[in-house]
Design a protein around this ligand. Sequence first.
Ligand SMILES: [Cu+2]
Length: 97
Amino acid sequence: MKIIQRTSIAFAVAVALTGSAWVAPKTVALNVPGMTCPTCPITVKKALNRVPGVSKIDIDLSKKEAIITFDDSKTSTQALVAATTNAGYPSTPEAAK
Ligand SMILES: [Cu+2]
C-alpha cells in the first residue's frame, strides 16, 4: 500500500515539474490606434472575447491599448491581432514589458 502511495506522489510531482498539466497564462499589450471614442473598446473587447483561450481583457482608451491575458496553448498574439483587425480595428503587439 505504501509503495502505491509513493508512486502516485512521484507521478504528481513529475507532472507538476514538466508543466504538462498546467500552462502559465501569457499577457500581451496590443496597440489599437483605431479606438477613438468610448464605444470602440466595446467592439474590440467583444472580438477578443470570441478568441478561445482569452481569460482577461483590459482596455485603456487613453493609451489606445488592449492588454490581454490568454492561454498560450490555445491561441497566439497573431490570432488576437487578427481578431481586432477583423472587427475593424487593426492592431500591433507592443514590445513585451
Ligand atoms: Cu468609437
